[in-house]
Design a protein around this ligand. Structure first.
Ligand SMILES: Cc1cc2nc3c(=O)[nH]c(=O)nc-3n(C[C@H](O)[C@H](O)[C@H](O)COP(=O)(O)OP(=O)(O)OC[C@H]3O[C@@H](n4cnc5c(N)ncnc54)[C@H](O)[C@@H]3O)c2cc1C
Length: 528
């Protein structure tokens, strides 16, 4: 049975929810999300959202910092648009019920993070993402035009090209096939416009700060449907995730370094002064590479982040979430240093969108971490992603209603069929392939790359893609299998992009080409 909405939005993080709230003024909206509605990268964001809200700060300064972090690849018009919309976005979030932390005089308590020349990060304690997610979900749930469908896993986009429908427009998105996970049924959703807001792909790597949902599904779906993607070699590794056997992906926010945290080797010696005059506040790629280098040199598994010289009361008040979580893992950060390692954190590249937030596939819009807008260039400035997500959600919500009008598509859309596929009794195959991909991506396509390692990764992913293709069509779809297919697709695209860029720039560092080359001062665009 086909279900039709004016708009379907895939994903319920900050991008999907912000977009839903705006689109609901123009028609019916379904927000489809693969797990519980709050489960998203957004929910784990700690540091905050960057914006110029202080009279001591200037838009030009935020623009300059963003461009500098981006290593020559930012699209200046996009940077200017996103930064200028910042104060408006902050106000909008406040109107949706987000309460940012304020100092005693009532002004915003602004945090400072690496690469920012000013204190300009609005935060809600160190629970910023959770506070935003909760406020937006509450507004969405009380809106009569929006339906949230949890445990609805988007499998693939439905396009005119795939259906063999000939139109003036070469390829158009009509909706998506979606697995209703609880009822084990594949449903057909059609819409006037579809919005991808499926977030990032940290789970492509063995170590990541991202929660389990971040398997690059939107990116892989868009690619399979024929949309262009860009700059996927620029993967941001967060320098500091907690190193502990039981901590799956616990991030130690950059804000700790912003407030005076010092990185040290296990023998207590500090080392950042040897890498950058900005020391702990150098951009993340520099800090992550410095740690990677020190770890490779010493053979140790982790370095230390020391906060113990700061007053305990202050630390407890400023970082209650982190402090509590660390205590659960047996570390009192007011008294002892925190063991940390770098981990895959953020995808700067993604599905290409234009200034209308539309992808190269008509009627398919995108916002949030799944996109490549041109904002981040070769490296993302801390706390610019939540901002970008809302700015592009607003743009998508302004433009997508233009695609309404006329009757809902009345083409024959075949129901999903998995042919003779059978339930698999070999879950071990999925787990094995999954572990293999994440492990070679970490070792060969990680913080420091070489041609040899990238070619090794390429050989392995080609083999696995073949295996997965065969397995996929003979097995009934399940979330694990779908995610495996998607991380394999994203891994392949990251490897292709990394091989294309024969230089080191921003987050992409290849020992065989250690410097920047003017020839490569352009985006890595892949078209299916
Ligand atoms: C630990 C951590 C800390 C961070 N801290 C900051 C910070 O301080 N400041 C900052 O600016 N950024 C921060 N970031 C990055 C920022 O949180 C993300 O870039 C941003 O939240 C992405 O929002 P989004 O809406 O695009 O995606 P998400 O919030 O990840 O939401 C994606 C949604 O899509 C759903 N989904 C995915 N695939 C499917 C599918 N196939 N079918 C249906 N639904 C699907 C997911 O379930 C989820 O609901 C942090 C990230 C992490 C992981």
């Amino acid at each position: 049975m086909r279900q039709h909405f004016d708009f379907i939005i895939l994903g319920s993080g900050i991008a999907g929810l912000s977009c839903a709230l705006q689109l609901a003024n123009h028609g019916s909206v379904a927000v489809l999300t693969k797990k519980e509605s709050a489960e998203s990268n957004t929910n784990y964001a700690q540091g905050g959202i960057a914006s110029v809200v202080s009279p001591d700060d200037h838009l030009e300064s935020h623009i300059r910092d963003t461009l500098e972090a981006g290593a020559g690849l930012c699209h200046e018009a996009v940077v200017s648009k996103v930064v200028s919309d910042g104060p408006f976005v902050v106000q909008e979030l406040i109107e949706f019920g987000v309460e940012f932390s304020r100092g005693q005089g009532g002004d915003f308590d602004l945090g400072r993070e690496g690469g920012h020349s000013q204190r300009r990060v609005l935060h809600a304690g160190d629970f910023t993402g959770q506070v935003i997610e909760k406020a937006l979900l509450q507004s969405v749930k009380s809106h009569s035009n929006i339906q949230i469908l949890e445990h609805h896993f988007a499998i693939d986009l439905i396009t005119t090209r795939k259906l063999g429908i000939e139109e003036k427009e070469p390829n158009r998105c009509l909706g998506a096939y979606v697995l209703d996970v609880r009822n084990r049924k594949v449903l057909t959703f059609t819409a006037g416009a579809t919005v991808l807001a499926t977030g990032g792909a940290g789970k492509v790597y063995l170590y990541t700060s991202n929660p389990d949902i971040a398997t690059g599904d939107g990116l892989a779906m868009a690619w399979r449907a024929g949309a262009k993607v860009a700059n996927l070699e620029f993967v941001q590794f967060h320098p500091t995730c907690l190193y502990h056997p039981q901590a799956k992906s616990f991030l130690i926010s950059e804000a700790l370094r912003g407030e005076g945290g010092v990185l040290k080797l296990r023998n207590g010696e500090s080392f950042m002064e040897r890498y950058d005059p900005r020391r702990e506040l150098a951009p993340r790629d520099i800090v992550a590479r410095a740690i990677d280098h020190e770890l490779k040199k010493s053979g140790e598994d982790y370095v230390l982040l020391d906060m113990s010289h700061l007053p305990a009361d202050y630390l407890q008040e400023r970082f209650p979430n982190i402090g509590e979580a660390l205590l659960r893992f047996g570390c009192d950060f007011t008294k002892e240093p925190i063991p940390v390692v770098p981990a895959a954190h953020y995808m700067c590249g993604g599905v290409m969108v234009d200034d209308k937030a539309e992808t190269s596939l008509r009627n398919l819009f995108a916002c949030g971490e799944v996109t490549f807008t041109g904002l981040h260039g070769g490296n993302r400035l801390a706390s610019n992603s939540l901002l970008e997500a809302v700015v592009y959600a607003n743009i998508a919500a302004r433009e997508a209603p233009e695609r309404l009008g006329g009757p809902p598509p009345n083409f024959e859309i075949p129901e999903w069929s998995s042919g003779h596929a059978a339930d698999s009794d070999e879950a071990v195959v999925i787990k094995q392939n999954w572990d293999e991909i994440r492990s070679f991506m970490w070792n060969y396509v990680g913080i420091v790359r070489t041609n040899k390692r990238l070619h090794r990764a390429k050989k392995r992913i080609e083999l696995l893609l073949e295996e997965i293709k065969e397995y996929y069509w003979n097995t009934v779809v399940s979330p694990d299998l779908l995610e495996l297919r998607n991380i394999a697709c994203v891994a392949d695209l990251i490897i292709q992009s990394a091989l294309w860029r024969k230089e080191s720039r921003g987050l992409h560092y290849n020992l065989d080409y250690p410097s920047q080359s003017e020839m490569y001062r352009r985006d890595t665009i892949l078209a299916p």
